[in-house]
Design a protein around this ligand. Structure first.
Ligand SMILES: [Zn+2]
Length: 104
């Protein structure tokens, strides 16, 4: 189980990732708690990607407008990608990432 770490039997045709064995103090099984957690993670990374794309497009247009050089743009995008990955890995908060985007 990728939530509580216990081994459990996965029924055939089922790719269950969380068990139904452990129940927390609120009466929720790992499967329930885990599904909510996964959903939140997914949502978070979608938001992150959207934010990055928006900035990327904005800055890409700056090249055409002559506001920045292509070199500066590619340097920015490489750093931004690194920060985005740090964020995905949980090393940086989404808020911090947005702050960085706004400042850079
Ligand atoms: Zn579990």
């Amino acid at each position: 189980c990728s939530y509580c770490g216990k081994y459990f039997a996965i029924p055939r045709r089922n790719t269950a990732e969380f068990c139904n064995l452990t129940v927390d103090e609120n009466g929720h099984t790992c499967r329930e708690v885990g599904a909510v957690k996964r959903w939140a993670e997914k949502k978070n990374s979608d938001e992150l990607f959207k934010e990055y794309r928006r900035e990327y497009k904005k800055r890409f247009n700056w090249i055409k407008a002559g506001k920045i050089s292509p070199g500066a743009f590619y340097a920015w995008s490489a750093t931004a990608k690194g920060k985005r990955d740090e964020c995905t890995d949980g090393k940086m908060s989404f808020e911090k990432f947005k702050e960085w985007l706004a400042e850079s």
